[in-house]
Design a binder for this molecule. Sequence first.
Ligand SMILES: NC(=O)C1=CN([C@@H]2O[C@H](COP(=O)(O)OP(=O)(O)OC[C@H]3O[C@@H](n4cnc5c(N)ncnc54)[C@H](O)[C@@H]3O)[C@@H](O)[C@H]2O)[C@@H](O)CC1
Length: 484
Amino acid sequence: MTELVLGPREAGAVDARLAQAALLDLAMEEAGAAVAAAARNYPDGPVLLLAGGGANGGDALVAARHLHVQGREVTVLAAPPTHELARLNRRRLRAVGVSIRFLTPEAVQRFARGAALLVDGLLGTGFRPPLRPPLATLIEAVNAAGCPVLSIDLPSGLDALSAEAPLPAVQADSTVTLMGWKPALLFGTAAARAGRVTLAPLTVPPGWVHEAALAGRPADAEVGALLPRRQPDAHKGTAGHVWVLGGHPGTTGAPAMTGVGALRAGAGLVSVHSLADIPLVMPELMIRRHRSWASAFSTMESQRPDAVVVGMGLGPQAAEVARRVLSWEVPTVLDADALQPELAGLGHASCLWTPHPGEAARLLNTSTAELTRHPLDAARALQQRLGGVVVFKGGPSVVAHEGGLSVARGGHPGMASAGMGDTLSGVLGALLGQGLLPWAAAVAGVRLHARAGERAAATHGYGLSASDVAQELGGAWRDLRGPS
Ligand SMILES: NC(=O)C1=CN([C@@H]2O[C@H](COP(=O)(O)OP(=O)(O)OC[C@H]3O[C@@H](n4cnc5c(N)ncnc54)[C@H](O)[C@@H]3O)[C@@H](O)[C@H]2O)[C@@H](O)CC1
């Protein structure tokens, strides 16, 4: 027999591979333990675990072992393993005395009867649509099982990167997602499939985190820490002067709403500049009506605000007005009519662009459907095209800046109503005016607005208006920042 002798380089490569395999094994062990812990939130009784052939199935096998060792009755239905760690965890499961049955729709139907919980480990991030037929029948059997379903990483049948839920896909009651949030768990019809989602971070090297999970999702405490804190001797001059440029005959309410949003988000002074008669919805607003934008700019030249919000209801001259504002190089929010493709690349680092999907489609020359299907990609593409910071508005909104992506928490479906974006742009302007960096203003402003929406919805439900939301901004600030 010849002895195999490895040189130092080959031995090093073998060591590195072994270390990688050990880390992956550890990650799967942590994933399975997190799933077993989540299963304990459901009532006592037998647990039916379904394991696909890949690593998602491997997680289910680990969870089964943990539950069994903790004294829970488990039934495991597994597909033939295609992943090395799924194979290893089958052996470990058998070693502790659990038998593994063949995974068929009939077996799912049979063992689901009397189960307190079904754990779905059929498909995770390795799934790429379209679904092949045997899996489609299994997913239908899961949805017909009649007991609560806990999905591992994401409900089987969802494409981790897409906000669309194809049929069939598992309808889960809860999901334990691993390492980070996937777009499918955050947006659109897909998110509705996941039920209540909890995150198990896992101790994996940063490079292993799935590309879909790279977006941050700051908690309220982190957002609250971004909000400015005032000194006791603060006065209106230290809380920022915000200029709102917008309005046009017929669209006069929009800049008024922006002004109110800015006041309610703490701006010291708010001036609304317009060629139209802007309703004085709050007497604290300083309304400046101009004959033309040329004369407006000549009177504005001698002063500079702390922040500008431009575009709401501004009409056909919006691009021209916005271009002039950009030349001032003060922190600027570009909204609504100011979101014109011809302005792409003309902004500066303190610009905050706030497109909704329709405006984003115009800016990127694509369809709204394509953008809402892949909101993270859309936000990234908008930031690359426009520069500065982008708030891609939606439920939820995504903030894109040079440092990455951040997905907002919360909000309420009742916020899908007129004037909501105008209020948000005012909030963003107020935070810029109070000295926040554009990305911090965006992350904090979007959450502040969403929190105010949640508060207003408690009273008004789907009937809430942008004015109701503006009224709750002070309370939302207190919720996030604390009483100071
Ligand atoms: N990446 C990591 O570091 C970790 C990943 N983990 C788990 O690994 C999962 C990803 O594992 P895999 O990459 O093995 O993939 P999955 O286990 O998600 O999917 C692979 C399986 O799905 C089948 N499949 C794929 N496309 C299909 C289609 N169109 N129709 C029918 N069947 C299809 C494949 O034949 C294979 O059996 C994650 O979701 C997570 O659950 C965890 O173990 C923790 C660590």
